[in-house]
Design a protein around this ligand. Structure first.
Ligand code: NDP
Length: 337
């Protein structure tokens, strides 16, 4: 089922519109994410976008409703707006794909069941991207288990360079930055040198050893017991904390992190560190191909992992725990497909 809404604005700009695909377009995260893309928060206030919303057949009507609301928002930057349940069409010519849709863990389902169900989705999407995506495509996987879903999608797209597949760990990074800014009583924008190593899961390692505030090292100002005993676990479990307090999931902050990630990928970070989960090329002893959260800077439209950091035993042990977990997930994925 396909539908094409009339372009919101009849006028095109001098530049070619960017083709953007969002999957899971009828879901909670997309309901926030789409508005911020349409407002120009990734490519800037002059850059038009062709937006394609992908949903599964059962939810495509919901996505149609979302598209109606987007049209009603009269964003001048939306050049075209499509809703489809056809993956081939959705990814044809795409320059940026936000892979948000994923199957949540059902009652009584094991992690293997979850990997298997999502493996099928991300294999098919990787293949569709491989067939049709633009050569400069950037793929950001948000749907969980994000790192291994990105691993599967990348493996299913052999003609697309692996570094064009990222998994989102920016929300973990932003959560860690926010807690640290509060602890240090500094503006969050003053912080740099933060990284959340590894997997977007309970093993993730928010690391403050290189933390700077207004360019000064501040990691040693942070109480070690708070850091090890409270902070690390709290960052990992922040999603559950939000559900407990708000009564529903952290969709708006997830969408915000997805915007941050894609904007920084496109526009760069001006030398500031962020966390990007991307296929390893062997950095810090991480197996080649595993999609791992690294300290990263964005330069000229590409990510560059911050290399050469000296790691203490405590850091090495936490990073190794993430390598082991992702190695296991990859082995399950490899055995399934
Ligand atoms: P959300 O939009 O809330 O979440 C989508 C995915 O993002 C989930 O895998 C979720 O993981 C993950 N996620 C990552 N970070 C966060 C965070 N901080 N807070 C919440 N979620 C986070 O899910 P909905 O169920 O509202 O919507 C999903 C949509 O995707 C549905 O409309 C469904 O029809 C669609 N879908 C599309 C597919 C496709 O395009 N092929 C395939 C499967 C589903 P977690 O589950 O761990 O919360």
């Amino acid at each position: 089922m396909d539908s094409l809404l009339e372009p919101v604005s009849a006028h095109s700009t001098a530049t070619t519109p960017v083709n953007v695909t969002v999957t899971g377009a009828g879901g909670n995260i997309a309901y926030s994410l789409l508005w911020r893309i349409a407002a120009g928060e990734v490519w800037g206030p002059q850059q038009k976008v062709n937006l394609t919303l992908l949903e599964i057949p059962d939810a495509v009507r919901v996505a149609e409703g979302v598209a109606m609301e987007l049209a009603d928002s009269a964003f001048p930057l939306i050049n075209t707006l499509n809703v489809t349940d056809d993956q081939t069409r959705a990814f044809d010519g795409t320059n940026a794909a936000f892979l948000v849709g994923a199957k949540p863990r059902g009652k009584g389902e094991s992690r293997e069941d979850l990997l298997s169900a999502n493996g099928r989705i991300f294999t098919a999407q990787g293949e569709a991207l491989n067939r049709g995506a633009a050569s400069d495509v950037r793929v950001l996987v948000v749907g969980n288990p994000a790192n291994t879903n990105a691993y599967i999608a990348s493996k299913s797209a052999p003609d697309i360079a692996p570094e064009r597949f990222n998994a989102m760990m920016r929300l973990d990074h932003n959560r860690a930055a926010s807690l640290l800014a509060k602890k240090l009583d500094v503006p969050v924008g003053d912080l740099d040198g933060l990284v959340v190593w590894g997997n977007h899961s309970d093993t993730q390692f928010p690391d403050i050893e290189f933390l700077r505030a207004a360019q000064h090292q501040v990691g040693d100002q942070i109480d070690r017991d708070w850091y090890v005993g409270e902070f690390i676990g709290r960052v990992a479990k922040r999603g559950a904390e939000i559900i407990d307090v708000r009564g529903s999931s952290s969709a708006a902050s997830a969408a915000s992190a997805a915007i941050d990630h894609m904007r920084d990928w496109v526009q760069g970070t001006g030398g500031r560190w962020t966390t990007v989960a991307m296929p390893s090329t062997g950095e810090y002893g991480v197996d080649k191909g595993l999609v791992f959260g690294f300290p990263t800077v964005g330069v000229n439209g590409r990510w560059s992992v911050v290399e050469g950091l000296e790691l203490a035993e405590f850091q090495r042990e936490r990073i190794d725990r993430n390598i082991a977990a992702l190695r296991e997930e990859a082995a399950v994925a490899d055995s399934l497909f």
